[in-house]
Write a protein that binds this ligand. Structure first.
Ligand code: OOG
Ligand code: NI
Length: 484
């Protein structure tokens, strides 16, 4: 009997989701085509360098998706479905704090956590959960109605969840079951034809467009799928040339001559899509909702906690210098700040303890015994080489920016009310699973490679990578809560 392994299920799910989304949102197909063209050109221009942060086959197939659910119960079910695909929750993002307009959600991302699994297929899904209990957004009456509405709906059929549990347990499915699982899973994220209750949707929309998108309908859907591109500035230019109106910035680090770190993203609003709407009198009409969008990203090197603190400090510095200047100045301002604040070589990042690398014994190392067990010496003398670890996660501020730039209204928010507290541990408790700390995952990868180096070179102790304290941001952090 043929069985389909978890990673094949994941790759196939990503592929089918992409086909489905391309049918639903044609601009996405354009984005994928242009990304592929850019990647081919970069590969021709830069050769092996283009693959430093992932093989071209990984990058070409690479996507992240975004979905949004309403309750801990629904998030728990999502965790089971992604668990079947070898995708585990990583990281906690509080977009309520990161966004200036009303984005009442907290999020995590489901993705593979092992290096081999990431290399096979790195599909990841940014997953947000609504926070109806947060009184800054929802008063008691609306909260009650919303929770009741969410409690009644069923996003995922029981058969899908049963198959998911089986795939997670057995780490594979027989072919026929796999086929059924994939069909049901993709179907669960398709845009539903079920009429939207017009006045309920409008009630939520007054509070937050995100709340309406999540809690105003009886189903969920992929909000966007994001291809990965090797040159996002070029992609931005080509999309603009094709007449697609992009948001006015690329979020995250600027373009500069030093190493790309973390994540750069940009997006455009998709067109409105026809949706069946139920009026108060019960009649159904065709309306239109504009809830989805296109996004594209370029991935860079994963930063240590110290590197991340540095990044946050640099962004705050950019904001400070940008006060009163037009958005178009951002690239120049930011690249200046970057030059002043970040080493401009990978080796510089290593020495400063700002980024994660894996270390490998060089095939053409000198003969004899290694000169010392010090990493910098091993690197200098050609015994060992460093390969950057690619950033596999998201950035709260960019995520908030993406959410925001694609919303029609600001929504409302009552700052006199006390926020409800969420954090990684609380979210983990709600879904009854460990949520991984991204820094710990990257560090584990780095440490494993250093232990392998020690074994291969016959060293008593594994070399250690420079470490930096995250408590000393080099630039003043003038903004505490991001994009206010
Ligand atoms: C998620 C927005 C965040 C990203 O790439 O940062 C995100 C959403 O719109 O649901 O996808
Ligand atoms: Ni995204």
């Amino acid at each position: 009997m043929t069985t389909i392994s978890q990673w094949r299920l994941r790759a196939e799910f990503a592929r089918r989701l992409s086909d489905m989304y391309g049918r639903e949102v044609p601009a996405y197909t354009t984005l994928v085509d242009v990304s592929r063209e850019v990647n081919t050109d970069v590969l021709a221009r830069s050769g092996a360098d283009a693959e430093r942060l992932g093989s071209i086959s990984r990058v070409t197939a690479e996507r992240h998706g975004a979905i949004r659910v309403g309750t801990p119960r629904e998030l728990h079910q999502v965790a089971r479905i992604f668990g079947a695909l070898g995708m585990h929750p990583v990281g906690f993002y509080d977009l309520r704090e990161a966004a200036a307009s009303a984005v009442p959600v907290v999020s995590t991302a489901f993705r593979p956590v092992e290096a081999e699994e990431l290399a096979r297929n790195p599909f990841r899904v940014f997953t947000s959960m609504l926070t109806p209990a947060d009184p800054r957004f929802f008063d008691a009456e609306l909260r009650g109605r919303l929770e009741e509405f969410l409690a009644r709906r069923q996003l995922f059929p029981p058969e899908l969840l049963d198959l998911a549990d089986r795939a997670e347990r057995e780490r594979e499915l027989p072919e026929a079951a796999a086929e059924r699982f994939l069909a049901l899973a993709v179907g669960a994220f398709e845009l539903s034809g079920e009429p939207v209750d017009q006045s309920w949707y409008a009630t939520l929309e007054r509070v937050s467009a995100v709340a309406a998108d999540i809690g105003g309908v009886t189903s969920t859907h992929v909000n966007h799928l994001t291809p990965r591109v090797l040159d996002i500035d070029e992609l931005y230019r080509r999309m603009t040339e094709r007449g697609i109106q992009m948001i006015d910035t690329i979020q995250g680090p600027p373009r500069w001559e030093g190493p790309d770190v973390l994540l750069r993203q940009t997006s455009f609003r998709a067109l409105s899509e026809p949706r069946a709407m139920r009026r108060d009198d019960g009649t159904v009409t065709t309306g239109a909702l504009r809830v989805r969008f296109g996004e594209v990203e370029a991935r860079g090197i994963a930063l240590t906690a110290a590197g991340r603190a540095r990044y946050d400090g640099l962004l705050a510095e950019v904001d400070r210098r940008m006060a009163g200047r037009p958005a178009t100045a951002r690239q120049d301002v930011a690249s200046d700040v970057w030059r002043a604040g970040l080493p401009d070589t990978e080796r510089g990042l290593v020495e400063a303890g700002l980024a994660f690398f894996t270390y490998h014994v060089s095939a053409d190392r000198p003969a004899g015994a290694p000169p010392s067990a010090r990493l910098s010496e091993l690197l200098d003398r050609g015994w060992v080489s460093a390969r950057p670890v690619v950033y596999e996660d998201f950035l709260p501020r960019s995520a908030a920016g993406i959410f925001q730039s694609n919303l029609s209204g600001e929504g409302t928010r009552d700052e006199a009310q006390q926020a409800v507290h969420y954090d990684l541990a609380r979210l983990a408790g709600m879904i009854d699973r460990e949520i991984h700390d991204p820094f710990a995952l990257y560090r584990r990868q780095q440490d494993q490679s250093l232990r392998r180096v020690a074994e291969e070179l016959g060293l008593d102790d594994a070399p250690t990578a420079p470490d930096a304290s995250p408590d000393e941001p080099r630039t003043p952090t003038t903004l505490t809560e991001d994009a206010r």
